[in-house]
Design a protein around this ligand. Structure first.
Ligand SMILES: [Zn+2]
Length: 440
């Protein structure tokens, strides 16, 4: 097999990126972290379509549904999906493009200089980004003078990274990928995995690959949605098929310990509605462990990360609100067509009868339909009229969107935020209360 671009390299090992794709559902019989057999149902969101496959308007083919049930292991408390759909289905043609999400780009612009300073990274040090997507994060490392290398299996996005001048290995990350890079004597000074370390069917295989290319001072930085935020803020739509698990600090400490690594420190942010950045190094590395790690684990224990009773009530309130608006003759669009929006709409049973369309800026989604609910996706920049309300499916960018839609909100338009509690949102300065939200 050959690729037209000399800067995209197929790693010299087997399995290559195509044979690494799985084509069958993987049912979990034991914990993916500790191997424990006591897996209890945490939340069942019912069978749903692949939230990242957007059918065309004339695509009449029935969309396959996959179970979406989350389990929790009572030995290590990792929350994980009961059945992981085929990775070829999930990732071969993944439509997400990092660089179109301004808050993510801005987050990386703040994050990289902090990492460079904290871990004393030098010009010409090497940054390896696993799941590099369009190279957005690596561009920031390059701006700090580092050499950069990307790994990504998805058609489309690695081409964008290549066009940005990033050398990309097109493959899934696993032990075999680590062995191949190790044979090429690649030893990164920092390895990053943002929004991809919870998209993997086998966490140990992933970490084993990282371990193989780590030097004694190498930093492994992981960023992901944080389970404690997700539960406290009722963000059940963060569960979707490609999220094989949702991380918290306690289970992660156990995972890394098994590979001779320790968590150095943590940083919490509001990105994606509540995320955390975890930095990890080999046990023998010179970096100190921050006491915040132990404190975070205690806080997780005190929070009792094992209940999502509010989810169903909140979903019922959202549907009731949309029905009332419809009966009142109001027009409602969805703002954004993210994969989490698919979870929310399918779980709540919200279709084109309640939401006219979803607006998007991602050209790979415009002109297509929301999975399962078949709500048309239209070009946000080409609207001829505005609705009365937007249901903000990209609620993780709510504050950014409030600024961007200032004119709409000032003219009387309103946002509906689906989480943490269903609420109507207008311009910030007109509303009482510190968080700028009104009750419906
Ligand atoms: Zn476990």
């Amino acid at each position: 097999m050959c690729y037209p671009c000399p800067r995209t390299i197929l790693l010299p090992f087997s399995p290559d990126h195509t044979s690494a794709y799985t084509h069958t559902n993987m049912k979990r019989k034991s914990c993916m972290n500790c191997g424990g057999q006591e897996l209890h149902e945490f939340l069942d969101l019912k069978p749903q379509p692949n939230g990242n496959r957007f059918p065309g308007p004339t695509d009449a083919e029935a969309e396959p549904l996959y179970p979406m049930s989350m389990l929790v292991c009572t030995a290590c408390w990792l929350v994980q999906i009961a059945e992981f759909p085929p990775s070829a289905l999930l990732f071969e043609d993944h439509p997400y493009i990092t660089g179109v999400n301004v808050p993510v780009v801005e987050h990386f612009k703040r994050l990289v200089p902090r990492l460079v300073k904290r871990f004393e990274l030098q010009p010409n040090d090497l940054a390896l980004d696993i799941g590099c997507n369009d190279g957005t994060l690596l561009k920031e490392f390059a701006a700090s003078g580092l050499q950069v290398l990307g790994v990504d299996p998805c058609k489309g996005t690695w081409e964008l990274a290549r066009q940005a001048g990033v050398t990309v290995f097109r493959t899934f990350w696993n032990r075999a990928a680590g062995e191949a890079l190790s044979r090429l004597s690649v030893v990164p000074d920092i390895i990053t995995s943002t929004a991809s370390f919870y998209h993997v069917p086998d966490l140990h295989d992933f970490v084993a690959g990282v371990d193989l290319v780590m030097g004694p001072k190498t930093i492994f930085m992981v960023q992901g949605v944080y389970l404690k935020n997700l539960i406290e803020r009722n963000q059940f739509d963060h569960f979707y098929h490609e999220h094989s698990c949702v991380h918290s600090v306690g289970p992660l400490r156990r995972l890394f310990a098994e590979h001779g690594m320790r968590i150095l420190d943590l940083e919490f942010s509001e990105l994606h509605g509540g995320s955390f950045v975890v930095t990890v190094a080999k046990n023998e590395s010179p970096w100190a462990t921050d006491p915040a790690v132990e404190e975070a684990i205690k806080a997780e224990e005190q929070a009792g990360l094992n209940s999502l009773d509010r989810v169903r009530d909140n979903a019922d309130r959202l549907v009731a609100m949309l029905r009332a608006l419809k009966a009142d003759g109001k027009r409602v669009f969805a703002l954004g067509a993210p994969v989490k929006g698919s979870t929310l709409l399918n779980f709540c049973g919200i279709g084109p009868d309640l939401i006219e369309c979803a607006t998007e800026i991602n050209v790979r989604k415009i002109g297509r339909l929301m999975p399962g609910t078949r709500i048309p996706i239209v070009d946000e920049t080409a609207l001829t009229s505005q609705p009365d309300y937007y249901l903000v499916l990209t609620w993780n960018f709510l504050e950014f969107l409030r600024q961007r839609y200032d004119g709409f909100l000032r003219a009387g338009g309103r946002f509906i935020a689906p989480v943490p509690e269903v609420s109507i949102v207008g311009p910030a300065e007109r509303l009482p209360g510190a968080n700028g939200r009104n009750s419906p």
